[in-house]
Structures are given as C-alpha cells and as structure tokens.
Design a protein around this ligand. Structure first.
Ligand code: AHM
Ligand code: MG
Length: 340
C-alpha cells in the first residue's frame, strides 16, 4: 500500500493547518466532527433498504424513538455532532426553516455551518447516490456571543471550508479550504477516511451535460440553444455530448468533477414551482461551486460566479451552471447572445 493511501483526513487537515501558525485547532476539530457524522450517516444509508424490516420489529429505534426519515436522521446526526463541540456559533440546514442556534450552555465557537444533510434523498429508495453538502464560514459577529443570521449570510467566496460527502458505491468526502481540492474514501473496516484523490482537477472540457431535460419548455432561449447545440452531431466537437442526469445534484456534480462537462439547474422562469431555480445558494450551490472552482472549473448563475452571489435569506435559490471551464464559457456565450 502506498503512503498516500495511509493519509487519514485528520492528518491531512492537521498538516494543512500547520501552514497557518495562527490556527487554534478549532477547524481541525470541526472537520473531525464532520467526518464522524459522515460515518454515522453512512451506516444509516447502507441499511436504508432494511428499514421496513427493522421497522416492523416495533417501529422504534434503540432509544425508543419513532423511526424517522433518513434526511431527518442525518440532520440530527450532524446537529448532535456539533451542538456541544464548541466550534460553531450557529447552523443552517435545508431541513430547518430558521437558523439553528447553539444551546447556550455550550461554548460558542468561531464558525458557522450551513448544510444539506441528505441531498437527493428522494432517490434513496431506488438505491441511488445521495450525499451531505457542507459550507463553513468564519463568524462576523463578536466571539463568545450567540451566532446570528448575519454570520451565515455570507458569500460563497468567503467560505473557509466547503465540500460534500457522497454515499455511493463507497463513501467519499471531497473538500477544499481554498487551496485545491482533495478527496478521501472511507475505508469501512478501519472506519477512516483515507486520501484517495489528492489535488483533484476537473478536465478543461468534457463531453457530458447534465440537466433535467423534462423542463426544456421552461428554459430561457439561451439554455435551449446551448443544449440544442451540444446534442447536434455536427457541432464543432464533431459528436453530440452525452446526457447524464441522476437527479441527485451531489452525484451529478461529483461525476462532473471527475469526468468533466457541465451540470445545469437553470432559472425555470415559467415554472411556478421553481420561479427562481431550484437549488439553494447557501448549502447547495455555493459549496459545490467552490469545490469546482478550486478544481479549475467555473460556476455561474448566468451573470456572475455563484461565489459572488450575496445571500439575502437562508433558503435563497439560484440558477446554477457549474463545470469545466470551456463548457461553462461556451454556455455563457449562448446566454449572452440569446438572453441578455
Ligand atoms: P433535495 O435537496 O430536496 O434532495 O432537492 C435537490 C435535488 C438535487 O439533488 C437535484 O439536482 C435536484 O433536486 C433534482 O431536481 P429535479 O427532480 O427537478 O430534476
Ligand atoms: Mg438538496
């Protein structure tokens, strides 16, 4: 086994922090707690198909609580990993309408955490990949006080750490601290995340596109023309792009990072369900965009990098286009020509 494979996520993170003599170890503790929550969620996701069988035994878990949906379970696991860890001043979750405070008997930390506990959870019964997305900011209000929404409502560019955990054929954590992207695979018998994908780079161009084409008639002219273009046999690449769409953003963007191409969830301006796009800025679009940009790709809402979009509320939605540099530039050409 090469030495690369024996680098645990904790060791990797500590080594990164050692380059910053002012670091207090709080971020390292935070990542440790995140990895712990990821292992617990992995265990739950792996036995998801058994939940009916296990539930039939009494519909309660070992604490005597009623069996919950997996996204609620994941939400609680992350909350419990952090409420007393002394590293956060507040949290925001896709599963909670309001900001999640840290109980006041615990120490208020320097950081905030916005997370989607189980992205793509509607796919879970079909055994399709799901994942946890996380976004960490340094608080803007004074240390030692309770966190506020202002601490969470910061741009993607101000993220201190961003990343995701994908529960697929293996569990993988991919993260960035703004100095490249590294991927770690959970070695199940050791229970450790080991560095398996150092310094991940997205290909400059890819030939996969990923979008819910069922919404075609709701898209802007620019998006329609771009998609028409990439599936044209005689486009300048000489071959149509291949469509890949799982409907689980975490898996669609993870594949895009590895193989190149573009993932899109545009503004469906005629669709009353998604008048502003579907994906949420703080805990979906911004962290995934930081990973892709740090790996050499691009992200945009059609006008600016997703990382520069200023949030106004915890659950703001944005149109999202993210992927290989050449593909995103090409898309922007179509948007400029037909939409602006
Ligand atoms: P969720 O957070 O409720 O799971 O919803 C987000 C998911 C994304 O993972 C995925 O990209 C998108 O919804 C799929 O939406 P659609 O079914 O409209 O294509
Ligand atoms: Mg989601």
């Amino acid at each position: 086994m090469s030495s690369l494979r024996t680098c645990t996520i904790e060791r990797h993170f500590i080594e990164q922090q050692e380059k910053h003599p002012e670091a207090t170890g709080e971020l390292t503790r935070l990542m440790h707690q995140l990895a712990f929550a990821a292992k617990q969620i992995t265990k739950e996701v792996r036995s998801a198909g058994l939940s009916d069988i296990l539930g039939a035994a009494g519909h309660t878990n070992i604490q005597g609580e009623v069996v919950q949906k997996l996204d609620e379970i994941s939400n609680d696991m992350i909350y419990r990993a952090f409420d007393h860890a002394g590293v956060l001043c507040c949290m925001a979750s896709e599963e909670r309408e309001k900001m999640i405070p840290i109980p006041n008997e615990f120490h208020y930390g320097k950081y905030t955490l916005a997370f989607d506990p189980l992205d793509g959870s509607s796919n879970i019964d079909a055994n399709i990949n799901v994942g946890t997305i996380f976004s960490i900011h340094r608080r803007v209000t004074p240390e030692g006080t309770p966190g506020t929404e202002a601490d969470l409502l910061q741009t993607g560019r101000e993220q201190v750490v961003a990343g995701y955990i994908v529960y697929g054929s293996s569990t993988m954590m991919v993260y960035t601290t703004g100095h490249g992207v590294n991927g770690f695979t959970l070695e199940p018998s050791l229970g450790e995340f080991l560095l398996s994908h150092p310094d991940m780079r997205i290909p400059k161009r890819g030939t996969y596109f990923s979008i819910n084409t069922g919404n075609y008639h709701y898209w802007s002219e620019g998006v329609k023309r771009y998609v028409d273009h990439v599936i044209t046999p005689n486009n300048e690449h000489g071959t149509p792009y291949s469509l890949r769409y799982i409907g689980s953003m975490i898996a669609d963007v993870h594949r895009t990072l590895l193989y190149g191409g573009i993932f899109m969830y545009p503004l469906d301006f005629k669709d009353p369900k998604n008048p502003k796009g579907k994906l949420r800025l703080l805990y979906e679009a911004a962290p995934m965009s930081m990973v892709i940009e740090q790996a050499g790709g691009l992200s945009t809402n059609g006008k600016q990098s997703i990382l520069d979009v200023v949030p106004t509320g915890l659950h703001d939605r944005v149109p999202l286009f993210v992927g290989s540099e050449d593909n995103v530039y090409e898309l922007l050409g179509f948007l400029d020509k037909f939409d602006h």
